[in-house]
Design a binder for this molecule. Structure first.
Ligand code: FAD
Length: 314
């Protein structure tokens, strides 16, 4: 038995990106179907209640918010809040046989300065730190607003930043060069590099500049580079996004794994199955049945695209 429905847009995956897209497209009058493999939406941005009997929701995987533009919260009317955190990192070390470490406390610059001096023996690294992150903050102020604007060209972005030294350090040359030029202490270099290497499998001097891209995503958020704690965990955000998408008319179907997308360039056929080990009821006339191995193919079609108007944005 098979079944089809036609939508303007079929979105594969109900993580925060799929949900934001669904909410905006539905609000723009498109018919939207979100197909999510798991039994819940949110992707890596979900919450859990880890303490039995305590009504505390904590993030399960992704846990800090920086790259969510305020405009999306306002546009979609999301009931979602964040709190500032003071300590952004603490890195333990052993120097001269004695345990020590580097505290970066953005709420108490005096404590951070003292930690740098204790670790490195002078104020030089702290002064360099302030100068380096002063530079990234100025870049952040210029770059972050572009995330909700039509995608600028490389030259447009460079002109907007208006700081050739920063452009070279962050966009053109491997980030390791700027870090080595700014800092002498290996641990301080490592703390700065964390934001560049995490999850990239790149090296500090990688010619691909993957490390630069990763670093920029870590320092431009909100125009400040701050990373805030979501109240109710990340799931509070994705639940609010799912509510906004549904309220705008999007249909969200969980327990549906997309297995293929066939397109002729104007429309697409999206095939999906029920979740393994579960027997969810697929859309339309498909009835619940045996698990994945013998689950009948179900599918949805996206309608032919309208001719594009103007420039596309991210
Ligand atoms: C451990 C960890 C910690 C992180 N910490 C942070 C952080 O603190 N802050 C931050 O900003 N980012 C963090 N990230 C990165 C962030 O989680 C991702 O960038 C974000 O989740 C991407 O969102 P997404 O919607 O694109 O994809 P995802 O969140 O991955 O969601 C994709 C969804 O698609 C579904 N899916 C996949 N294949 C199919 C299919 N075939 N059919 C149907 N559905 C499918 C998945 O089940 C999933 O629900 C972290 C990531 C990890 C793994």
């Amino acid at each position: 038995m098979s079944h089809s429905d036609a939508y303007d847009v079929v979105i594969v995956g109900g993580g925060h990106n799929g949900l934001v897209a669904a909410a905006y497209l539905a609000r723009a009058g498109r018919s939207v179907l979100v197909l999510e493999r798991l039994g819940h939406t949110g992707g890596a941005a979900v919450s859990t209640r880890p303490f039995p009997g305590v009504d505390a929701r904590l993030s399960r995987y992704s846990y800090l918010v920086s790259l969510l533009p305020r405009r999306i919260v306002d546009d979609l009317g999301l009931r979602f809040a964040v709190r500032k955190r003071a300590v952004s990192s603490y890195t333990p070390d052993v120097r001269g046989g004695r345990p020590t470490g580097l505290l970066v406390d953005t709420a108490a610059t005096g404590r951070t300065r003292a930690a740098f001096e204790r670790l490195t023996g002078s104020e030089r690294e702290y002064v360099s730190w302030e100068r380096f992150y002063g530079m990234t903050r100025r870049v952040a102020e210029r770059v972050f607003p572009t995330l909700t604007e039509p995608l600028p060209t490389r030259e447009e972005l460079r002109a907007r930043i208006g700081d050739d030294a920063a452009w070279q350090a962050l966009f053109e040359r491997p980030l390791g060069e700027a870090i080595e030029a700014a800092f002498d202490d290996d641990l301080v270099r490592g703390v700065v590099l964390t934001d560049a290497l995490i999850g990239t499998f790149a090296r500090a001097h990688d010619p691909s500049l993957r490390q630069n891209r990763c670093f920029l995503y870590h320092v431009i958020g909100g125009g400040t580079g701050d990373w805030d704690v979501p109240v109710g965990g990340m799931g509070a955000l994705t639940d609010a996004l799912a509510d906004a998408a549904r309220a705008a008319g999007a249909r969200i179907a969980t327990g549906r794994e997309v297995t293929s997308i066939a397109t002729d360039g104007t429309s697409a056929e999206v095939r999906y199955e029920g979740e393994a080990g579960r027997a969810p009821r697929p859309p339309g006339t498909c009835s619940s049945g045996p698990p994945r191995a013998s689950w009948p193919d179900c599918w949805a079609r996206s309608r032919p695209r309208r001719p594009p108007k103007g420039r596309s944005s991210r």
